[in-house]
Design a protein around this ligand. Structure first.
Ligand SMILES: [Zn+2]
Length: 357
C-alpha cells in the first residue's frame, strides 16, 4: 500500500506516493489532519547539506540524515489515530505529540529522519507514550499550533522573568509571535516587538505586543529603554545613572536568527539585559565580547521545550488561555504545499500555513 506525501528529493519538494509507514511495538498509526509549515523546513529545503553537517557536529554518533534519500518533513501536527491501542487512545482520537520517537531504541526526530516520516503526508507513526489526546472541542488547526507555541513557552520559561521585566522581541515571525503569546499569558509587560514587515507588526499587536516598532524608522532599543526607565528619572544626568533610580530589568528575545543580530543586541541593549536566543542562526556569527562585558549582558540559548511545556501549551490552547488563531494565515492540501513554501518567503503575506493532507 502507498500513501501520498510531500517529499524533499534532491533539493526539491515533490508530491509522490511513499511506502505506508508501519508502526513498531509501542507506536500507533495516525492520519494527519493538519501540519504547520515551519521556518526550519524552509531552511532544510534550501540548505539540507549544511543542516546535516551541523547535525553531525552537534550530535556525533546520532542517527543523521542522508541527503540522497527521500525525506518527508513536517513536525507541527495534529493527527487522528487510525489504529488505537484501546484505553484513552481509541481509533478516531485526535492527538498531538512531540515530534520525536524513542520506540525504536534511539531518538528519532519526526520530520527530520529518513526513517521516521513527518506529517507532510497522509499517515504517520507516533510513539503511543507521547500521544496527548486533543481536549474537547479544540479545533484541529489550533491543536496543530501546539508545537511552535511550546517553543515560545519554553523560551519565556528559560528567561526566568519577574513581573518587573520589560521585554523586547526582535523578529515577529511565528517564533517571535509565539514568544509574545507566552509573555502575555504570564502577565509580562510592557512588550515591545520589532519587525520590518507591517503585516507582522500588526499580528504582533493583535497577539499582545504593547508597542510595535519598525526598525527601519525607529530604534527598538530606544523605545524599549524609554519604557524601562521611570518617567521622572533624568537619564542624561550621570549622577542618576550612578545612584538611581534605576530602570526596570530588561530582557531581549532574539527571534530573527541571522548573522549580525547578536552583535546589534550587544550594541543596543541596556546594562544587565538578559538575551534569550530563540532564532536559529546556522551560520558563523561574530560579536565583540567587550561590548557585552561592559554591560554585563547574559546570553541564554534555548531549543525546543520539555514534555510538560508541550502538554501545558496544548491545555492552554484548549482552555482559551492562548488566542493563537490569528497566526494561521493559510491552509493548503498536499499538492499546494510546494507553492506554500514559496509563499512563506513573503512576510507580508503569511505567518503560519497549515498543510491539510
Ligand atoms: Zn518547527
Amino acid at each position: 500500500v502507498a500513501v501520498r506525501a510531500v517529499v524533499l528529493r534532491e533539493g526539491r519538494l515533490v508530491v509522490d506516493e511513499v511506502p505506508d509507514p508501519v508502526p513498531a511495538p509501542g507506536q500507533v498509526l495516525a492520519r494527519v489532519l493538519a501540519c504547520g509549515i515551519c521556518g526550519s523546513d524552509l531552511h532544510a529545503r534550501d540548505h539540507l547539506d549544511a543542516m546535516i553537517d551541523l547535525q553531525r557536529r552537534t550530535r556525533p554518533g546520532g542517527p543523521g540524515l542522508d541527503a540522497t534519500r527521500d525525506l518527508v518533513m513536517g513536525h507541527e501536527f495534529c493527527a487522528e489515530l487510525v489504529d488505537g491501542s484501546g484505553g484513552t487512545l481509541r481509533s478516531g482520537t485526535r492527538v498531538c505529540s512531540m515530534p520525536i520517537s524513542v520506540a525504536t531504541g534511539s531518538i528519532q526526530a519526526l520530520g527530520y529522519s529518513n526513517d521516521l516520516p513527518g506529517a507532510y503526508g497522509e499517515l504517520v507513526v507516533l510513539d503511543e507514550a507521547l500521544c496527548l489526546p486533543v481536549p474537547g472541542d479544540l479545533p484541529t488547526e489550533l491543536a496543530a499550533l501546539t508545537e511552535p507555541l511550546a517553543v515560545g513557552r519554553h523560551a519565556v520559561e528559560k528567561a526566568r522573568l519577574t513581573r518587573d521585566d520589560v521585554a523586547l522581541v526582535l523578529g515577529c515571525g511565528p517564533i517571535g509571535l509565539a514568544v509574545i503569546l507566552a509573555l502575555r499569558r504570564q502577565g509580562i509587560g510592557p512588550i515591545v516587538a520589532a519587525d520590518y514587515s507591517a503585516a507582522r507588526r500588526a499580528l504582533a499587536e493583535r497577539l499582545g505586543a504593547d508597542v510595535v516598532v519598525d526598525p527601519a524608522a525607529t530604534s527598538p532599543y530606544e523605545r524599549w529603554e524609554d519604557l524601562a526607565w521611570p518617567p521622572e528619572a533624568d537619564r542624561t544626568n550621570p549622577l542618576v545613572r550612578l545612584l538611581g533610580p534605576q530602570p526596570r530589568p530588561g530582557v531581549v528575545f532574539e527571534c530573527v536568527g541571522v548573522p549580525g543580530v547578536l552583535a546589534a543586541i550587544t550594541r543596543g541593549a541596556m546594562r544587565d539585559t538578559r538575551v534569550v536566543v530563540v532564532g536559529v542562526c546556522m551560520e558563523t556569527d561574530h560579536l565583540e565580547p567587550m561590548l557585552a562585558i561592559g554591560k554585563e549582558l547574559s546570553l541564554q540559548f534555548v531549543l525546543g521545550y520539555t514534555p510538560d511545556e508541550f502538554a501545558d501549551t496544548l491545555r492552554a490552547l484548549a482552555d482559551g488561555e492562548l488566542d493563537a488563531a490569528p497566526l494561521i494565515t493559510g491552509q493548503v492540501d498536499l499538492d499546494g504545499t510546494p507553492a506554500a513554501f514559496a509563499a512563506l518567503a513573503d512576510p507580508e503575506a503569511h505567518a503560519k500555513i497549515l498543510v491539510r493532507p
